[in-house]
Design a protein around this ligand. Sequence first.
Ligand SMILES: O=C(Cc1cc(-c2ccc3c(-c4nc5ccccc5[nH]4)n[nH]c3c2)n[nH]1)Nc1cccc(F)c1
Length: 278
Amino acid sequence: KSWMLTDFELGRPLGKGKFGNVYLAREKESHYVVALKVLFKSQIQDAEIEHQVRREVEIQCRLRHPNILRMYGYFHDEKRIYLILEYAKHGALYHLLKQCKRFDEKTAASYVRDLAKALLYCHSKKVIHRDIKPENLLIGHKMELKMADFGWSVHSPSSRRMTLCGTLDYLSPEMVEGKPHNYAVDIWSLGVLCYELLVGMPPFDAIDSHQTYKKIRYVIIKYPAFISEKAKDLMGKLLVVNPEQRMPLANVLQHPWIVENAPEGSHPPANNSHPPAN
Ligand SMILES: O=C(Cc1cc(-c2ccc3c(-c4nc5ccccc5[nH]4)n[nH]c3c2)n[nH]1)Nc1cccc(F)c1
């Protein structure tokens, strides 16, 4: 089936990106609700990222996993490329986190479990470095996490400290040192995400990027008193400088902190936005 713009009724913008915006849309025949991402060919050509967009489309169309945002298809007219993406009812994890400052252990563990599953699937398909950070993680109607690869697009308003290539907070030591990176960078980023969900800010946050670099390279982390021993144990096994020594994703799913806080099939309640009691 080849789609065209008139097959859809457009709704409100869901996010404004660098290369185009994402709109709520409904397919006229089935009334199926999607997120329609509009990319401008001129901007893609000027930025010489046609190959990247093509690669993204090929990868996204091949990936089928409950914790990875689906791409149903794409089409184009003379000025724009349209991506038909899955609509995530609760939006970006970044906004949910900002709303409630930090998550309780069960909520955080549920999102870490979902992301570990998505990454395990990506790695099995030889897909790495899916640019993990709360801005790129969406939440579906069952409060399940869905990884979307925004790659180059910046979602406004993003008050994140942006360097020229985006926030450094999630980069692994080997990446900040410009060394070749492999799938183990995703395991590092999983550790960074776990910390940010529990504390409300990333572990290597600093006043400027040089300080952040240093903290990343020497893994300088402070765990607040309210972080449990088991959570610290897991993060300590993910945030390891040597990529080979990071805990394999399969082991993450068996870690006591995950097993005890995010048993199979459990998801956060939809209205959950209350920080822990203390
Ligand atoms: O750009 C993206 C990923 C992407 C996903 C999205 C995106 C943004 C927002 C949403 C939403 C959504 N739901 C919301 C609910 C409340 C508030 C905001 C919401 N946004 N659902 N699905 C989305 C999808 N933007 N960009 N992939 C991409 C880019 C180029 C080529 C390619 F093959 C893929």
